[in-house]
Design a protein around this ligand. Structure first.
Ligand code: ADP
Length: 489
């Protein structure tokens, strides 16, 4: 049960509310009690003031030896109230006069001569006036002790006020708290549970909807009730995640179907050609050789496609290990151009290479070679016989720019943005029918990945009817390293 966020939220909410209510009631109770006492104390002080004024007034007319007793008795009679007990003690602690002798007295009999009163007198011995509490009777008493001089003697006035009414009121307040707080907590917990349920309902709906989404219905999205609140934003983020997963699934699906489509053709040619070769028992050696040549070419093509696919798969998974070392890019470019020369001369294509300076670089040489050969291979492949292919490489700022320019027919403007897509071929039919070694449309994807793996870029810088230029922009070392001792030339 505690595994449910709803229950946990409700418990937290109820617990905090209960704590808050208990604290609130304690504070209210103590403030109420203190203000009651303060009011009682100020009443008592006022009463003592009035009492002593009456005593002074009585003393003006009476000069006998027992005048203080009579003045005090008069004042007691005059100021006697139901809830108050007056008593005046002489300096020896004996009662001079008290209201207990009067009818309707609120104090229990014997209170004034009890040890409690003696204790009050003793405790306030050093003070002129003092308030004290006496635990006696129902609710106890508040005592105000005040010393005053009369005819050269010091007397002590004690006024007691019963706290019974206040105690009763406080008990009522306590009793009210005792049922109001549990009821409030119960109602709040029920309300809190429904509130938590209502606020979490979209999450529950989202989780069951998310549970229904699988690879088959990845295009489905979670409903968003309010895009601006937290849950709406959570659903939107989840939907964005689904979108990315969906796109990645889609790319994967396309990749698989394109790959199998590309593999199917050479496999079909291999099967067809071998079936033809095997169909007759006796054939001239020349025909067998021709068939074997076709089988060999297709097997090579198949191997190339499989290798390219393997490279891309490993690159996607970030598992293609780079082996960088320092070498000269100008030498590599010259090397690759040399390697492509026979291919170019077979089509009477003029192949030139222009690398005016030494270009030291730290990179994976084999991968860069593969990238340059891919670009050169394409340039020669898509340039008509008698055309021109030029390779150039130089430093511009912090980059090396390696460009391969051809005088081919170019790539249609509307297809240029797709040339780096996997399995993309501008003219599939033509490439396939000429069977001129046209690849599976993976060469540029791999070349771009190689440039990016070296923190560079591969771009189609220009392509029109007069030809195309592909440029690889690779980061150059910060210092000019042409004389770097570590580079053996
Ligand atoms: P492919 O193996 O088919 O050459 P690439 O990925 O190397 O695959 O190239 C993708 C497509 O881009 C090619 O099929 C071709 O249509 C187009 N292309 C690439 N390089 C050139 C170029 N130099 N001139 C014209 N078209 C090109």
């Amino acid at each position: 049960m505690l595994d449910s966020v709803r229950v946990r939220l409700t418990l937290w909410y109820t617990g905090l509310l209960a704590l808050f209510l208990v604290l609130l009631s304690l504070v209210t109770y103590s403030i109420f009690w203190r203000s009651t006492l303060q009011r009682t104390d100020s009443d008592l002080a006022e009463l003592s003031e009035a009492f002593l004024s009456t005593v002074q007034a009585e003393m003006l007319d009476d000069h006998g030896p027992d005048a203080p007793r009579r003045a005090v008795q008069e004042a007691i009679v005059e100021h006697h109230y139901r809830d108050h007990v007056f008593a005046v003690f002489d300096s020896a602690g004996r009662i001079l006069a008290s209201s207990q002798d009067l009818p309707d007295e609120a104090a229990p009999a014997g209170l004034l001569s009890s040890p409690a009163i003696q204790r009050v007198l003793a405790d306030s011995a050093g003070a002129d006036r003092q308030f004290q509490k006496i635990e006696a009777g129902r609710g106890g008493y508040r005592a105000f002790v005040r010393r005053f001089p009369l005819k050269g003697q010091t007397y002590t006035l004690v006024i007691l006020q019963s706290l019974h009414a206040q105690k009763e009121m406080l008990e009522e307040v306590q009793a009210t708290f005792a049922w109001v707080i549990p009821v409030a907590i119960f109602l709040a917990s029920v309300g809190g549970y429904f509130l938590a349920r209502k606020s979490l309902a979209p999450v529950v709906a989202m989780s069951s909807q998310a549970g229904r989404i699988s690879a088959k219905n990845l295009h489905e999205r979670l409903p968003i009730q309010n895009a601006k609140d937290e849950l709406g934003r959570l659903a939107a983020s989840f939907n964005e995640l689904l979108e990315r997963v969906d796109q990645s699934f889609e790319r994967q699906r396309r990749f698989m179907s394109d790959a199998s489509h590309e593999l199917r053709t050479p496999a079909a040619i291999l099967r067809g050609e071998s079936e033809v070769a095997l169909s007759r028992t006796e054939r001239p050696a020349e025909e067998y050789r021709e068939s074997l040549a076709v089988l060999h070419a297709e097997a090579q093509r198949l191997t190339q496609i499989v290798e390219d696919l393997f490279t891309l798969t490993r690159a996607d998974a970030g598992q293609y290990p780079l082996s960088p070392h320092e070498f000269y890019l100008d030498e590599l470019v010259a090397d690759c151009t040399h390697a492509a020369r026979s291919l170019a001369s077979a089509k009477q294509i003029t192949l030139t290479c222009e690398v005016p300076e030494e270009l030291p670089i730290g990179a994976d040489e084999a991968l860069l070679r593969r990238m340059i050969l891919n670009l050169l291979d394409n340039a020669i492949k898509y340039t008509a016989a008698g055309g021109r292919v030029a390779v150039s490489c130089g430093r511009s700022g912090t980059e090396y720019t390696l460009s391969v320019t051809d005088s081919g027919a170019g790539i249609p403007a509307e297809l240029q943005h797709r040339v780096f897509e996997r399995f993309f071929r501008a003219d599939k039919a033509r490439t396939r029918s000429e069977n001129d070694g046209g690849g599976a449309g993976l060469g540029l994807s791999i070349a771009r990945w190689i440039a990016e793996a070296h923190h560079g870029r591969l771009i189609l810088a220009r392509s029109d009817s007069s030809g195309s230029t592909f440029s690889a922009l690779l980061p150059a070392p910060v210092s000019v390293l042409s004389t770097a001792p570590s580079l053996a030339r």
